[in-house]
Design a protein around this ligand. Structure first.
Ligand SMILES: C[S@@+](CC[C@H](N)C(=O)[O-])C[C@H]1O[C@@H](n2cnc3c(N)ncnc32)[C@H](O)[C@@H]1O
Length: 597
């Protein structure tokens, strides 16, 4: 049954569209009110992640009013809206020109006054702290709450008033409640009263993983023109494979082990996605796909990998090797090394020009203190690469060919589900399943844009938070990773946009290798998985010892190419746990079902 669209929701979404349109036109980019206003609408829609980002923008600008010496940007607002209407475009969110002189008309701009600051600052802190709390980012919510309380109390003292008192107690109540709930769950009821160590609070919460209603960049992935475009691209990468639509079971995340047992019910619904298929019989040992990608990232600070493809670097030039064999350094920034002249040239055209010589970017996101954060920071570095690609190629990040057609695992947004997340922000739910943190979704991306020499307020048409969240959603479902041989932690990751079209099975018919390029090879007999039951079994369903032997190692014409997202040597429980992140739920492949039954 089609759900009726809530008129209030439509109104709020229209309001976001209108406000974003004006922001992307740069009509008033350093006006904190603009971000506070949009942030409040986001919060009403339940997009607390986007609300937090806008509140932080407003705070950054407002802080410049009281501390101009430390401020990067002068908070100003435009007196009239005439300038804005001059730049209106006919067709939607984004400006269609790059009018450099948009801020030249200084007569129309006034600095934000101290009075305006006093009127606005409490609202900004309120939105920021409440939104971070509702996303489950309790550590940062607590930090900003502490800052807010100190600052607002000092303002009260200065003016001998108590005008901010109410805001402080409301905020305090909201954050403290959430922290108590968190502690109750984390350490047990009896310990809840103990002194709070803010560093122990979670920095990461969740945002909605959805296709934003104003996102006009997502293609219809099942349309014939999409399939034919992807198949055209496949011709040089995997000439014997074809992309086709395929029906897959919808997988659900288990909340507890009882639910895990009952997860077979998840099979009741299915979804049409894409998959790779054989165009002819493919023989054991054949290499059927070779793809290289520049959408890569590594967290090694001084590494011996090609900056572009992340393949191993050849020896530095000694004079004896041919030009094609030698590593090549960028002429402008010697620290950036490529495995070949071809990678160097491609990098310059695809992403490097926007970040060449920007020293601040060399360590950004790489000096990660806690090993547990390494994987999340790798996704951030991948995001950085995508932003550099967009800036170099003057493209919207969501239109990059490496990004546009990949799977994002977006959930349907139900506007009537008013505040599922607000009820318990600390756990992911079906709609709020995108990991979100103040650091990696707001602060570090803003720094990245600044380090590229751009103003993060005037470039929001390309680098707004919903765009970054959409990129993260796509990367989290498709990127492959390599572990460090030093400490076993994640070290390199990449998105290979055609390779990642292959679906998963714990009895895969291909294996993959990844050096400079990624390859699929058809598995030989001895490489195929042996199914092993861990529980009692009846001997007529497999061998007496509880094993089942694999199907022959050949991929027949029209059979699906099945990759593996986890180590297939593990037992069913461990495999399901490992692959859960990439699959969005517990694996229901034939082997898993048989082994778990
Ligand atoms: C890397 S993508 C694979 C290609 C994807 N089907 C597409 O349309 O582009 C990973 C996503 O495919 C889906 N998927 C892959 N293997 C699956 C399986 N065995 N069962 C159910 N869903 C699967 C999951 O939604 C997962 O998040």
């Amino acid at each position: 049954m089609a759900s009726q669209v809530n008129p209030r929701y439509t109104e709020l979404v229209d309001s976001v569209r209108e406000k974003s349109h004006s922001i992307y036109n740069n009509s008033d980019p350093h006006n904190p009110h603009v971000y506070l206003d949009r942030g409040k609408v986001y919060a009403q829609l339940g997009f607390y992640d986007l609300a937090a980002a806008d509140a932080y923008r407003a705070l950054t600008l407002l802080e410049g009013v009281v501390d101009p010496d430390c401020a990067e940007y002068v908070a100003r607002r435009r007196l009239s809206s005439s300038r804005q209407s001059k730049r209106e475009t006919a067709d939607g969110l984004e400006p269609n020109d790059n009018d450099e002189d948009v801020d030249d008309d200084d007569d129309d701009l006034v600095d934000i006054s101290r009075n305006e600051y006093d009127e606005t600052i409490a609202d900004v802190y309120f939105l920021l702290v409440q939104s971070l709390t509702r996303c489950g980012c309790l550590r940062d919510a607590h930090d900003f709450l502490t800052r807010a309380v100190e600052h607002l109390q000092s303002l009260d003292k200065e003016t001998s008033s108590q005008r901010y008192d109410q805001v402080i107690s409301r905020l305090d109540g909201e954050v403290v409640n959430e922290i108590k709930q968190h502690q109750r769950k984390a350490v047990g009821k009896d310990k809840e009263e103990k002194d709070l160590d803010p560093a122990s609070l979670p920095g990461q919460g969740y945002a909605r993983r959805i296709l934003y209603p104003w996102n006009q960049h997502e293609p219809d992935r099942n349309a014939p023109e999409t399939l034919s475009l992807l198949n055209k691209r496949l011709e040089s990468v995997a000439p014997d494979c074809e992309v086709r639509a395929v029906s897959l079971p919808v997988l659900h995340e288990p909340k507890n082990s009882a639910q895990e047992e009952n997860n077979e019910r998840a099979n009741e619904t299915s979804i049409i996605q894409l998959g790779l298929f054989a165009k002819r019989d493919l023989l054991p040992g054949e290499t059927i796909l070779r793809e290289s990608s520049l959408l890569t990232a590594t967290n090694r600070l001084h590494d011996d990998l090609c900056d572009a493809c992340n393949g191993p670097l050849p020896e530095l030039q000694t004079g004896s090797e041919s030009a094609e064999q030698a590593a090549v350094a960028c002429q402008e920034c010697d620290d950036t090394i490529f495995c070949s002249q071809a990678c160097h040239d491609q990098a310059q055209a695809v992403y490097h020009s926007a970040i060449c010589g920007q020293e601040g970017l060399q360590s950004l996101g790489k000096d990660v203190a806690d090993p547990k954060d390494k994987a999340d920071y790798l996704y951030f570095l991948l995001l950085g690469r995508a932003l550099a690609m967009a800036a170099t190629q003057d493209l919207h990040p969501l239109d990059l060919p490496e990004v546009k057609y990949i799977w994002g695992d977006f959930h349907e947004y139900n506007p009537d589900d008013s505040n599922e997340q607000a009820k318990d922000p600390s756990v992911s739910s079906s709609s709020s399943s995108l990991p979100f943190s103040f650091q990696l979704n707001i602060l570090q991306p803003m720094r990245f844009v600044e380090e590229m020499g751009l103003d993060p307020f005037t470039t929001l048409d390309r680098y707004d938070t919903w765009i970054l969240n959409t990129l993260y959603a796509k990367f989290r479902g498709t990127a492959s990773g390599r572990l460090s041989t030093w400490d076993g932690g994640p070290e390199v990751c990449a998105v290979h946009p055609l390779w990642c079209l292959a679906n998963h099975s714990c009895d895969p018919n291909v294996r993959w290798e990844w050096g400079g390029e990624i390859t699929f090879m058809v598995r030989r007999d001895e490489e195929k998985a042996v199914w092993r039951r861990t529980r009692n079994h009846s001997s007529d369903d497999g061998d007496d010892d509880g094993t089942r032997h694999p199907s022959p190692a050949i991929i027949r014409k029209d059979e699906e190419i099945l990759n593996h997202y986890c180590d297939i040597a593990l037992d069913v429980r461990q495999r399901r746990e490992w692959a859960q992140g990439a699959l969005g739920g517990l694996c229901q492949c034939a082997r898993c079902k048989w082994e778990a039954s």
